[in-house]
Ligand binder design. Structure first.
Ligand SMILES: [Fe+2]
Length: 167
């Protein structure tokens, strides 16, 4: 991953290169130690696995019990996600309206199962992630930022009302 990040010419390319390197390891048995797989009934849980000494990237494991979800948010950096166990559903949004009438327009729903990876770079990275399965879900996330220092990769939370496209 270090090589992938250092050699990338742009954030989106870093995400693509890291995704390719993460994919083969995702479903490997014993990838994570047992404490790194522990969830929290109070909400999805983050285990920081690695922060690069120069702050250029971080690797975390996120553990979601059934029904747990993030707020709608975007990110401080590029991000790669890969599912290790279970299933995650990602809801993507775009901000529409203005003058105090902002809404979150649902644009896409993506379901990722174990072994599947995705990557993105801001802007246009507003989403919510939920475990909509009936079993625990664990995913690995790689961020182009020092999550150990920042606490999380979330740049901003979006409390605006959510709407679907008119059909
Ligand atoms: Fe996110």
């Amino acid at each position: 991953m270090r090589e992938a990040v250092v050699g990338a010419s742009a954030p989106a390319q870093a995400a693509d290169r890291v995704a390719e390197r993460l994919r083969p390891f995702l479903t490997r048995p014993g990838l994570l130690a047992q404490p790194q797989c522990e969830g929290d009934p109070a909400g999805y849980r983050q285990h920081v696995l690695h922060t690069e000494p120069d702050g250029s990237f971080s690797v975390v494991a996120l553990v979601w019990l059934p029904g747990q979800e993030t707020p709608v948010h975007d990110h401080v950096s590029w991000c790669v996600t890969g599912v290790h166990e279970g299933e995650e559903t990602e809801h993507r949004y775009r901000v529409v309206g203005g003058d105090g009438g902002e809404r979150l327009l649902a644009t896409e729903v993506i379901v990722n199962s174990a072994g599947e990876v995705g990557g993105f770079a801001p802007p246009g990275d507003i989403h919510l992630v939920r475990n909509s399965g009936s079993t625990r879900a664990i995913s690995l996330h790689v961020y182009g930022a020092d999550v150990g220092r920042l606490g999380s990769s979330i740049r901003r939370v979006y409390p605006q009302p959510r709407v679907s496209a008119q059909s």
